[in-house]
Every structure is written in C-alpha cells, then in structure tokens.
Design a protein around this ligand. Structure first.
Ligand code: SAM
Length: 286
C-alpha cells in the first residue's frame, strides 16, 4: 500500500522529494503527513493521493511543528476534509479516542504495546509513568484482566481521553488514571508496589529511572525504558542503549540485568527509538 502511494507521489514530485511526501500516519479517520516547505497545491495533491488509497480518511493534516514541550504535542495544519482533530483509532482490538493535536499519539508504537501486554503475569501491579491517552495501560488490562495499572500523565487533555478510553474498553477499576507529574505521584503514593514500571518517554527516561526503581516492590521487578539513540551505519544503537541505561542504573546501587533491547522505530536519519527490558533482581545490593 505504502509502495503504491510512494509511486503515485513520485509522479507528483519527480524532483526526489517523493520519500518525504509519502510518509504519513493514519490515526482513526485522520491522516497526518510531514511536508517540509509545503505549498497548498502540493499538499492537496498528496492529500488526494492518500484519500484515494484510504477511502475511510475524512481529514488530512500536515504536521507543522516538531513534537515538542512537556505534553509532547505538535501543531497541525488542515489540508483536506473535515476540520477536526478528534478521532477514534482501532488498535490490537482496543478503541482509543484521541485529539491528535492536544495529546501525544503514535500508531507506530502498536507492536511494542502488544509485546508488553503479552508479558504481563496474573495479578501484576503495573505503573505506566507516561501513559498519554492510556494505550499501553488499557491493552495490558485487556490482556491480563487480573492486573492493576496505575496510569499517569501530566497533560489534563490526555487524562480526559484516558478516562473515556477506560470506559470505552471496559477496564474501569483495572486501569487507574492519575493526573500529575509521574515522579511526584510515585514518591507520594506509589512507592514499593509495582511488579513492572513503563517509562515510555524516550527523551527524558534516564532522569526518571530513580523514581521508577522506587515504585518497584523491594524484591524488584521489571522496568521497560525507552530511549532515543543516534547511531551511524557502523554503530549498533542497541549497544549504545545498553551502555547508557546500564551506566544510569549502576549509580542506583541495585542488582539488575538488561535482558532485552529492541528498536521500536526509526525517527530520522541515523536516529532510533529503542526500548530496554531491565530486570531488577533486588532494589538493594547485598
Ligand atoms: N505511552 C504513550 C502511548 O503509548 O501513546 C505515549 C507517551 S508520550 C511519548 C509521553 C507522555 O508523557 C505525554 O502524554 C506527556 O504528556 C507525558 N508526560 C511528560 N512529562 C510528564 C511527567 N513529568 N509526568 C507525567 N507525564 C508526563
């Protein structure tokens, strides 16, 4: 499908920009594309190509800023269809309502969300430190109905949609939505209780490692930490993440093993989004 769109776009932009123009995300019935230096005429041509291939798309937006700020949101410019940024996205059997301009959402995390959900054991307590509209948390509760997930976000709009998504996906009482700063909430209410902690904020995750460790039960558990890594063709991004996460954990005086690392997605030339699965064997070194 993407290949066919790429070919269509190549015909529209034979000057070599086709690769950029043909990259887009589908979130519910909204398409979001990145068009550097776009003109309305070429943006409309891309929108037409997308909507011809994806008949269910009701609105197309160009991402007009980087993902930025504490809430990790972006500005959007409407180029086709309905002028609304709210939609319902179907993923892994769940429905997620989201305002794509006021909250963070990426369909490219779908596989990682499923991978984590399948790791959860019966009766686990999970702390999701950066939950957005609740995708990891809700999928976990769907896959492991005896699990309890504390689902934190600092963006009030994201928590508003998280609460709606909890009801929509029938996981009320299993996913507990919490509005606020993850570190403060852990230090005041969520210490020593988690079997597993998610840190899906790659740009700042290392800063939050001490709070993640504090949330774990005294005998330890799992931490899934996301990172961004720059790696040239001769470098291995996974090795770089193991080094950086390992160094940060070594300062915390805990017993740990980094048992798995994977690339979640590419985020630009030579830039990668990774996740490392850390097993904390004991929160205090003996
Ligand atoms: N896990 C989410 C998902 O699957 O869609 C994506 C998380 S997004 C990359 C990061 C989220 O962290 C944003 O929703 C942002 O509002 C939230 N955030 C940023 N700083 C925070 C903080 N100090 N405490 C809690 N949430 C925070």
């Amino acid at each position: 499908m993407r290949k066919r769109l790429k070919e269509t776009v190549k015909d529209l932009f034979p000057d070599g920009d086709a690769k950029v123009y043909s990259s887009f995300d589908l979130i519910g019935d909204i398409a979001i594309t990145k068009l550097p230096d776009f003109t309305l005429a070429n943006a409309r041509a891309v929108a037409e190509a997308i909507t011809q291939r994806h008949r269910s798309i009701k609105a197309v937006f160009v991402q007009s800023s980087a993902v930025t700020g504490e809430y990790r949101v972006r500005s959007l410019t409407q180029i086709f269809g309905e002028n609304r940024t709210c939609t319902v996205h179907k993923e892994n059997g769940c429905l997620f309502e989201v305002d794509v301009e006021k909250c963070y959402f990426s369909p490219r995390l779908s596989h990682e969300r499923l991978r984590i959900a399948t790791l959860i054991q019966p009766n686990e307590t999970v702390v999701n430190m950066f939950a957005g509209v609740g995708c990891f948390s809700i999928l976990i509760a769907k896959y492991a109905p005896t699990a309890r997930v504390f689902s934190i976000d600092i963006n009030p709009v994201a928590v508003h949609y998280m609460k709606k998504n909890i009801l929509r996906n029938r996981v009320f009482g299993k996913v507990i939505p919490l509005l606020g700063d993850a570190e403060t909430l852990i230090r005041t209410h969520l210490q020593n209780l988690a079997d597993r902690v998610l840190i899906p904020l790659p740009e700042k995750s290392l800063e939050y490692l001490p709070a993640a460790v504090a949330a774990l039960k005294p005998l330890g558990g799992w931490i899934h930490i996301h990172t961004f890594e720059h790696a040239t063709k001769t470098e291995d991004p996974a090795k770089k993440t193991v080094c950086r996460v390992g160094e940060a954990l070594a300062k915390l005086n805990i017993c740990f093993e980094i048992l798995f690392v994977r690339i979640v997605r590419s985020t630009g030339p030579n830039w990668w989004h990774l996740v490392a699965d850390v097993h904390v064997v004991n929160r205090h070194k003996t």
